[in-house]
Ligand binder design. Structure first.
Ligand code: NAG
Length: 333
C-alpha cells in the first residue's frame, strides 16, 4: 500500500429528529440550502442545511419511502417507495404532479440522469426501469438481474446506468441500446451500495464481502478496499472531492477511507438516541452535501446525523498508522 493521504477525522455536528420511522434515504438540492429525507413513516421531510430546521413535511406515499433525488435542472424532486410508487414532486407548489406506473413491487432506489430528462428506478421486481420524466412513458424495462435492485447510479458517459443487486452482481447498461454490456460478478454477497467518484472516471461498490473500486467505462476491477475480517452489510457509500470514501453499515458503523489507498483513517460507531433500542443502530443512507464538507447519515434510530471534519485535528494529533513494506510482501486481502 502506498502512503495514504492524510484526512482529518470526521465528528458528529448535529442530530436531527422528526421522523417517526427508520430514515431510509437522503438527497441534496443543487444550491445546497436544503436536503430531503424519506422514511419508514411514509413521509418526505425537507430540512434547512445551515440550521437543521424542518421546512416542510410531504405526505403521499402509503408505505416507507426508500429513495429520493432532486433535479439539478428542473424544480422537481422524485421519490420511490415500498408502495411501488414513483412520484414526481413540483417543488414550487410541493405537490405530486406525476406518477410513473410499472414496477410490480417495492421500489428501492432511483437516480436522475444528469443531462437527459430521464429517471431510473429499481426495486424488488429485479428490474431497472427508465422513465421519460415529462411524458411518464417507460422508455425501457431493463431486465437481467435475478434479485432486488438495491442501488443505482447514472452519469452522462458510459456506463450511463450502473445497478447493484441482491443477486451479488453489478451491471453496466448501455442506455441507447437498453441493454447491459457488462456484468461484474466479483462480489459474493448482495450489492446494496454504489458510489461514483465525483471527478475521476471511477466508481465503488459495497457488499458484505468487500468494498471494491472499478474503472469506467468497461468496469475493470481495480481493488478491494475493506480490510476488516468481520464484515457487516453495507447499506450506503459516498465519495467526496477530497478522496474521502465513506461506507455506512447495518450495524451502525461509519467507516471513512482514503480513496486511493483504501486506508481506513477513521471509524465511528453511531450512538442511538435515547428512547431507541440499542439494536436500532443502523446506517441506511449517507450523502455528502454539494461542497463535500458535510456528511448526512440516515439512521435506524429515526434520526438524521450531520458530520463534519474535526477542524482541530492535525497529522500530529491523528497520525497515519502506516508502515512501508517491501514490494511483494504486502498483506493480501
Ligand atoms: C460493524 O461492521 C464494520 C464493518 O464490517 C466493522 O468494522 C465494525 O467493527 C462493526 N461494528 C460492530 C459494533 O460490530
Amino acid at each position: 500500500m502506498p502512503r495514504p493521504q492524510w484526512h482529518a477525522p470526521w465528528k458528529l455536528m448535529r442530530v436531527i429528529s422528526g421522523h417517526l420511522g427508520w430514515v431510509r434515504c437522503v438527497a441534496f438540492e443543487p444550491d445546497n440550502q436544503w436536503f430531503v429525507t424519506g422514511a419508514g413513516d411514509r413521509t418526505l421531510k425537507l430540512w434547512d442545511l445551515a440550521s437543521g430546521e424542518l421546512k416542510i413535511t410531504l405526505t403521499g406515499h402509503i408505505s416507507p419511502v426508500r429513495g429520493v433525488v432532486v433535479s439539478d435542472r428542473h424544480p422537481y424532486m422524485f421519490s420511490v417507495g415500498e408502495d411501488k410508487l414513483v412520484k414526481c414532486w413540483d417543488l414550487e407548489c410541493n405537490k405530486v404532479i406525476r406518477h410513473y406506473h410499472g414496477h410490480l413491487s417495492g421500489v428501492y432506489c432511483c437516480s436522475l440522469h444528469p443531462t437527459l430528462d430521464v429517471l431510473c428506478t429499481g426495486g424488488r421486481d429485479s428490474s431497472v426501469r427508465v422513465w421519460d420524466i415529462r411524458t411518464k412513458n417507460q422508455i425501457f424495462c431493463l431486465s437481467g438481474h435475478k434479485d432486488t435492485v438495491a442501488s443505482l447510479l447514472t452519469q452522462g458517459v458510459d456506463p450511463q446506468i450502473i445497478s447493484g443487486s441482491h443477486d451479488s452482481t453489478v451491471k453496466l447498461w448501455d442506455l441507447a441500446a437498453g441493454k447491459a454490456y457488462a456484468t461484474l460478478t466479483h462480489h459474493k454477497k448482495g450489492v446494496r451500495a454504489l458510489a461514483l467518484h465525483p471527478n475521476k472516471y471511477l466508481f465503488a461498490s459495497g457488499s458484505a464481502d468487500n468494498l471494491k473500486q472499478w474503472k469506467c467505462p468497461e468496469g475493470v476491477f481495480m481493488k478491494n478496499v475493506d480490510q476488516t475480517p468481520y464484515r457487516a452489510v453495507v447499506n450506503c457509500m459516498a465519495v467526496n472531492h477530497d478522496d474521502v470514501m465513506v461506507a455506512g453499515y447495518d450495524n451502525g458503523s461509519i467507516r471513512f477511507m482514503d480513496w486511493k489507498t483504501g486506508y481506513n483513517f477513521h471509524t465511528e460507531q453511531t450512538r442511538v438516541q435515547p428512547g431507541s433500542l440499542e439494536a436500532e443502530a443502523g446506517i441506511f443512507d449517507c450523502c455528502f452535501d454539494k461542497t463535500g464538507t458535510r456528511l448526512i447519515t440516515c439512521e435506524a434510530d429515526k434520526t438524521i446525523k450531520v458530520w463534519k471534519e474535526d477542524e482541530n485535528a492535525t497529522p500530529e494529533t491523528h497520525p497515519i498508522e502506516w508502515k512501508a513494506v517491501a514490494p511483494g510482501t504486502e498483506k493480501r486481502w
